[in-house]
Design a protein around this ligand. Structure first.
Ligand SMILES: Nc1ncnc2c1ncn2[C@@H]1O[C@H](COP(=O)(O)OP(=O)(O)OP(=O)(O)O)[C@@H](O)[C@H]1O
Ligand SMILES: [Mg+2]
Length: 273
């Protein structure tokens, strides 16, 4: 860890007079993979990226392939450590935490959604959603109740005893979102959650994330589909060559076509609770 460079007193990346403490506060974040790059500069996947995310924000990260989006998301999710800079998650500096402490923080604070739902094929949908709570030793009745509440939230109550292969791709992703929510994480991190879905299911998954955000969830999502994302997110960050290229707040979410509970919008998902 001796190679981590920090900037003492650098403060938060994006000061805002009205903000509470940001959930995500990354300063001058850098990531260099390996040291055996063929060319000069090879392996510098992330370079001086500053990102502060407040509670209740819905941030999309876009940029060309190889620009560092997944690298950034993995750092924010404590799946990996930066080689430069500092990262504070929910007020705790996690930059130099040892592996076990880092995975403990990750399990408590982060809900992940990836391109593939990665549900266990031999377990039912509700058992899949319960899984994170099993690892945490939550008693059976309590974790079943928590899992069923999240399935209701994502509109999958009637599928809870199905096997994953009996669900559509979009339904599988909604189950994965329920699984990500079951531990009440501080933030949902999603890496191209709609990339493997057709247009209808992509819309449904984005509409669900938008609804969760309006209900107070903090979400950071990597996506290639900026047109779709712009209808739902409150902020768009773009990366280029490992650097932050732009960071735009979309306070009115003017381009979204789903203005609220009573509005017309993309495929509706029954949401309750
Ligand atoms: N584990 C790794 N080891 C070495 N290099 C890596 C590793 N992961 C990513 N890279 C490199 O870091 C750079 C950024 O990769 P990253 O996966 O973050 O890009 P991305 O923006 O998510 O791309 P995509 O849109 O294709 O998913 C790329 O040059 C990639 O080759
Ligand atoms: Mg990626």
């Amino acid at each position: 860890m001796g190679m981590i460079e920090t900037s003492p007193g650098a403060g938060t990346a994006r000061p805002h007079p009205m903000r509470d403490r940001p959930v995500i506060d990354a300063v001058a974040l850098g990531k260099r993979y390996g040291e055996t790059g063929r060319e000069q500069g090879a392996g510098l996947a992330l370079d001086h990226v500053a990102l502060a995310v407040d509670q209740r924000e819905f941030v999309a990260i876009s940029g060309p392939s190889g620009s560092g989006k997944s690298t950034l998301l993995n750092l924010l999710g404590c799946l990996d450590r930066p080689t430069a800079g500092r990262y504070r998650l929910d007020g705790l500096d996690v930059t130099r935490l040892p592996d076990d402490a880092l995975s403990d923080i990750r399990n408590r604070k982060i809900g992940f959604v990836f391109q593939q739902a990665n549900l266990l094929p031999r377990a039912s949908v509700v058992e899949n959603v319960e899984l994170p709570l099993i690892y945490r030793g939550v008693p059976p009745r309590e974790r079943r109740r928590a899992a069923e509440a999240k399935l209701e939230l994502v509109g999958l109550s009637d599928r809870r005893t199905h096997r994953p292969n009996q669900l559509s791709g979009g339904e599988q992703q909604r189950a994965a979102i329920a699984r990500a929510l079951v531990q009440e994480p501080k933030v949902i991190l999603a890496d191209e959650p709609t990339a493997a879905l057709d247009e209808y299911n992509s819309n449904a998954v984005m509409a669900l994330l938008g609804t969760l955000n309006r209900r107070g969830r903090t979400i950071v999502m990597v996506t290639h589909d900026t047109d779709l994302a712009l209808r739902f997110v409150s902020r768009m960050v773009t990366l280029f060559n490992g650097r932050l290229r732009s960071d735009r707040s979309l306070n009115s979410r003017g381009q979204r076509s789903n203005p609220g509970p009573s509005g017309q919008g993309p495929p509706r998902i029954s949401i309750s609770g």
